[in-house]
Each structure stands twice: as structure tokens, then as C-alpha cells.
Design a protein. Structure first.
Length: 259
């Protein structure tokens, strides 16, 4: 049972000290001794950590019968330099990875390009990533040398979910989220909303509240009318039954055969 987050590589006392003999993928798939797990490395930015990230890490963790998953997370400086601005800062991204069930160890301030020294320091057997060439930092594929060394194992991307997709949704529905957060007590300054837009959003919120009240009144009115109609129907039905009973009794009493 997991009770604590994954440790940071620079803080753990569980460094791999055993001699690290090179494994082939075939050997790793056959299984290794308990005290010699296959050390798999996966890296990324992991901004707005989502199910696509988690599924990739799940694949990396389960590539081999006995594996230890190290996850490298790039710092803000490195990410902003080579990829762009992030929503979450590096500390938030590190912590998100520590609490993923598939991660055994988190390496902070991971390098953009993996060097032999880095691979040796962390006793990395294989690097897991999707097989689409990742062009960055002047390279057509930053994993090319890993592939050529026979240390690359591919994972599958999850279609329909990505950090860029989530950011696109937020940008597309910006007005909706800005209005929602104003209702929840955030200030216009915190939301970087102009004075005019703040007034516009608050006015729209008031209009929506009024619409909701009208809608509730209409629904209650419809419910009242339905109950009145239902009650009227019952009364008419009972009146007809009583009328037939009254007429029958009258005929029985005063008819030709009556008293």
C-alpha cells in the first residue's frame, strides 16, 4: 500500500549502489532478480498533469516485469527557454509527479538532452517516450542517440488530451471562467480583468441570476397549473360518479316502480 509520495533523487538515501550491467530489451522482458529492477527513465514538462501523462507513465512502469521508474522533470528556466511558458511552476510540477502511483523516484531539474554522464549517474537502463521524433534545441530528435544505443522503448500517446488542448479550452471559454471566478470571490486584479470587463461580467452574472429566477418561477407555475388540472380532473370525475349515483337513487325512489 502506498502511503508516501515518491522521493526526490537528490534527497533519497536509496541510491542504486550495485554494479550495473547493461541489459538488452529481451533480457529485461524475461524478468530480472528482485534486487535488480530494470531502471526505466521517462522525462517531460508535465504541465497541468493529466490522464495522458499518467497513462504514459503507467506504460513506462509496466514495460518490464520488474521495473523502477525514474521521472525527470525539467525546471522552469529550461522549459521557458526551449518550449515556452508554463501554467504550473516547477515546484508544483515536481509535486504532481511525486503523487502519481507509477512513479518510484523524481529527478528535479532534469536535462533537456540526456548525456552519457546523466545516464550513468542514475544507472538508467532504458528511456521511455512516445516514438514521434521530438525536435527541439536544434535537434531533429533529442532521443536519436538513445535509439541508436538500443536504450529506447516506445510508449503510446493518448489521443484527445494534452496540455495544449486544456489551455486551448481555457482560452476559448475565458469569459465563462472569468465570470465564474469573480462569483467565487476572486478580484479583477487577481484575474487580470480590466475595469470595464469586470463590470460587464458582473452585469452578465446578474442577468443570469435573473434568468434562473424566472426559469424557477416558470417551472413552479407549470407545476402549480399541473396540480390544479390534476385536482380538477379528480373533482370532475368524482362529481360525475356522484351525479350518476344521485340520478340512480332519484329514479329508484320516484320512478314508475318507486314508492
Amino acid at each position: 500500500t502506498l502511503t508516501t509520495p515518491a522521493p526526490f533523487a537528490d534527497e533519497t538515501s536509496c541510491q542504486c549502489q550495485a554494479p550495473h550491467e547493461k541489459l538488452t530489451i529481451a533480457q529485461a522482458r524475461l524478468g530480472t532478480p528482485v534486487d535488480r529492477p530494470v531502471r526505466v527513465y521517462a522525462d517531460g514538462i508535465f504541465d497541468l498533469f493529466h490522464s495522458g501523462h499518467a497513462r504514459a507513465l503507467m506504460q513506462a512502469k509496466t514495460l518490464f516485469p520488474n521495473s523502477y521508474l525514474l521521472v525527470g522533470v525539467c525546471s522552469d528556466d529550461l522549459t521557458h527557454k526551449f518550449k515556452g511558458f508554463t501554467v504550473m511552476n516547477e515546484t508544483e510540477r515536481y509535486e504532481a509527479l511525486r503523487h502519481c502511483r507509477y512513479v518510484d523516484e523524481v529527478i528535479r531539474d532534469a536535462p533537456w538532452t540526456l548525456t552519457p554522464e546523466f545516464l550513468e549517474k542514475h544507472k538508467i537502463d532504458f528511456v521511455a517516450h512516445d516514438d514521434i521524433p521530438y525536435s527541439s534545441a536544434g535537434s531533429d530528435d533529442v532521443y536519436k542517440h538513445i535509439k541508436e544505443a538500443g536504450m529506447f522503448v516506445p510508449t503510446q500517446r493518448t489521443e484527445g488530451i494534452s496540455t495544449s488542448d486544456i489551455i486551448t479550452r481555457i482560452v476559448r471559454d475565458y469569459d465563462v471562467y472569468a465570470r465564474r471566478n469573480l462569483q467565487r470571490g476572486y478580484t479583477a486584479k487577481e484575474l487580470n480583468v480590466s475595469f470595464i470587463n469586470e463590470k460587464k461580467y458582473r452585469f452578465q452574472n446578474q442577468v443570469d441570476k435573473m434568468k434562473e429566477k424566472v426559469k424557477n418561477v416558470e417551472e413552479k407555475s407549470k407545476e402549480f397549473v399541473y396540480k390544479v388540472e390534476e385536482k380538477s380532473h379528480d373533482l370532475i370525475q368524482k362529481w360525475e360518479e356522484k351525479s350518476r349515483e344521485f340520478i340512480g337513487n332519484f329514479l329508484e325512489l320516484f320512478g314508475p316502480d318507486g314508492a
